[in-house]
Design a protein around this ligand. Structure first.
Ligand code: NAP
Length: 213
């Protein structure tokens, strides 16, 4: 897959945008963001928790403000990470295209790199205004170990010449951790320590998240 060359001094600075539901945020997400920052020479990574994800029908989804708080707790010790309430504050479904239009205006001097899971990326052409999204940004698909999305990504790039070189692939061993597994472990009374930052674990425990069926 495409590998970015080192940023030449005359090139635009790069901003990473970490989009996700983060229910809850865990070390897999944090490692993915930090690896992407190093690999793609991003000046900063902005975490944007989804408000109301357009494709989710999970009745037990944790309230957006609480997922936001968990992200805040998780990233506070990394000066290269930042948090945006854009999607939490916007009414209606959290369409990525609307978020990116705002970010494009706010950070005109930056090249934008949207980081998310490869599973989410596989659905990209079903997203609202996908073609517009692909003209605005580059994508970094963070892959779980054993998940080989490279064939798909190559195919997408062959079939859609306009996005040639705009979708990148990053294997993140720490993504063996998943939010689904953490929720299920809590429900079963299994430990989750060391899967996510300790302040987030305590927040989950204090608020009794993920205990109900
Ligand atoms: P999801 O369906 O919950 O997640 C898909 C997979 O990707 C899961 O395995 C998830 O693992 C992983 N993942 C999610 N975000 C990740 C991240 N930032 N880094 C690494 N792995 C990640 O997807 P989602 O979290 O709701 O959505 C991902 C992003 O795509 C969000 O920003 C969302 O708004 C956007 N999106 C937009 C549209 C649209 O505009 N129509 C449609 C779909 C998604 P975990 O469960 O462990 O997180």
């Amino acid at each position: 897959m495409t590998n970015l060359k080192r940023v030449a001094p005359q090139q635009k600075p790069r901003l990473g945008i970490m989009g996700g539901t983060f229910d809850p945020i865990h070390y897999g997400h944090l490692v993915a963001a930090e690896m992407a920052r190093g690999e793609f020479e991003l000046s900063k990574v902005l975490f944007i928790p989804s408000g109301t994800p357009p494709h989710k029908i999970r009745k037990d989804l944790t309230a957006a403000n609480l997922r936001y708080e968990m992200v805040e707790l998780a990233i506070k010790d990394n000066p290269a990470f930042d948090l945006s309430a854009l999607e939490i504050e916007r009414k209606g479904l959290s369409y990525t295209v609307e978020t990116l239009r705002v970010l494009r205006r706010t950070w005109p001097e930056y090249e934008l790199y949207f980081i998310t899971g490869t599973d989410a990326l596989l659905e990209i052409f079903s997203w609202r205004d996908a073609e517009e999204i692909l003209t605005m940004i580059q994508f970094i698909g963070a892959a779980r170990p054993g998940f080989d999305a490279s064939d798909f990504l190559l195919k997408v790039q062959e079939e859609h010449a306009e996005i040639q070189g705009k979708i990148h692939y990053l294997e993140v061993p720490a993504l063996a951790i998943s939010s689904t597994d953490i929720r299920s472990r809590v429900r079963c009374g299994k430990p989750i320590r060391y899967l996510l930052p300790e302040p987030v674990r305590l927040f989950i425990q204090q608020n009794g998240f993920y205990t109900a069926e």
